[in-house]
Design a binder for this molecule. Structure first.
Ligand SMILES: NC(=O)c1ccc[n+]([C@@H]2O[C@H](COP(=O)([O-])OP(=O)(O)OC[C@H]3O[C@@H](n4cnc5c(N)ncnc54)[C@H](OP(=O)(O)O)[C@@H]3O)[C@@H](O)[C@H]2O)c1
Length: 320
């Protein structure tokens, strides 16, 4: 495979984000006359339609997928899952394999994976993304690139506009890509916390939240403000098409851990953590992380959910 050419692609982790990205990668591969994208997901039933309707083929195992591919993209739930999947990919020890990981991971996790990849002759890249599943679907993600220079230039040759609209290059050090994603999520969760507070205050003071949302759109026309503002105004907290509460709490924990390790206070995220915890206890793990607002509403004496009722139903089956 020449420097700027790509060969066979693979994709592991076809959740809310990965399924959209793999579909776009498949469209690209087909348009270039490349082989079908090899796909693997823990829950096989979730990828049947991708295999049927796009230029994808289900691999029997992660190691089979690694053997067949030159570049494997991954988008996985958390650090433990990334360790387990990436180690299986590395163990295939396929000469020149590039693993492009889009998961949001703690920086030292990316460093460890990079070191282990090097020992196996694999190139590991930390390439987290900004944007919700809808942006993944429309290839509107902002993509962070970090890893070896020759791998970065190979990935640069197709990743925009295939998976995203732009790239931020963080250089060779894979921990820096992971770090930028966490710093960015500090801003996004901070925005969700502030919107939660502002919409709760608007409702408590009897102000029309539609007019308040009109103000948000006009004065803060950034995606995070507009998209999360709408979810919080309407109470639309289903995690099926967004970022789940456990995922959001994972990222909040990373931010707080970075704060602890560097003696940097993170008071906004500490508050968001409390509201996410409340939302989780009353609505459960399948909520979107913007349900932070439900936690805030409870502390202000409001009903947590004003649109769809996401309240966990009491389980009386064990007689408790
Ligand atoms: N959603 C967003 O808005 C967003 C935006 C930017 C970045 N991210 C990051 O992208 C990553 C994926 O997020 P997502 O929203 O797509 O999450 P998701 O829908 O929960 O998907 C998680 C993926 O990880 C797989 N997985 C979980 N546990 C596993 C295990 N033990 N072994 C193997 N595979 C396992 C899941 O497989 P199953 O299908 O079998 O569960 C699924 O493919 C996360 O790191 C997240 O922080 C998310």
């Amino acid at each position: 495979m020449a420097e700027t050419e790509v060969g066979t692609f693979g994709f592991v982790g076809l959740g809310n984000m990965g399924a959209m990205m793999a579909s776009n990668l498949a469209t690209y591969a087909e348009s270039k006359g490349l082989p079908k994208v090899q796909i693997w997901n823990r829950t096989r039933s979730k990828i049947k339609s991708l295999a049927t309707n796009s230029h994808c083929e289900v691999a029997a195992s992660i190691s089979e997928l690694a053997q067949k591919c030159d570049i494997v993209h991954t988008c996985l739930a958390n650090d433990d899952v990334a360790f387990s999947v990436c180690r299986e990919l590395f163990q295939s020890r396929k000469e020149g394999l590039i693993v492009v990981d889009h998961s949001t991971l703690f920086p030292t996790t990316s460093t460890t994976l990079n070191e282990e990849a090097e020992q196996a002759g694999v190139s590991f890249m930390s390439c987290p993304v900004f944007g919700p599943p809808a942006a993944a679907k429309s290839a509107g993600l902002l993509i962070v690139l970090s890893g070896k220079e020759n791998s970065r230039s190979k990935v640069q040759s197709y990743i925009v506009p295939t998976l995203g609209k732009a790239v931020i290059d963080c250089g060779e050090d894979t921990s820096k890509g992971a770090l930028l994603k966490i710093l960015g999520n500090n801003c996004i969760l901070g925005t969700i916390e502030l919107l939660s507070e502002s919409f709760t205050l608007a409702e408590k003071t009897g102000f029309d939240t539609n007019i308040f949302y009109d103000f948000i759109q006009q004065w803060f026309p950034a995606a995070a403000w507009v998209n999360y503002g709408k979810k919080i105004r309407d109470g639309t907290f289903s995690g099926k098409t967004g970022f789940t509460l456990p995922g959001g709490m994972k990222d909040a924990a990373y931010i707080r851990r970075l704060g602890t390790e560097t003696s940097t206070p993170t008071p906004i995220i500490d508050q968001a953590w409390n509201h996410l915890t409340t939302a989780k206890s009353i609505g459960g793990e399948s909520l979107d992380w913007s349900a932070c607002a439900a936690g805030m509403r409870v502390t202000a004496g409001l009903k947590p959910f004003k649109g769809e009722d996401f309240t966990l139903k009491a389980d009386n089956t064990n007689g408790v």
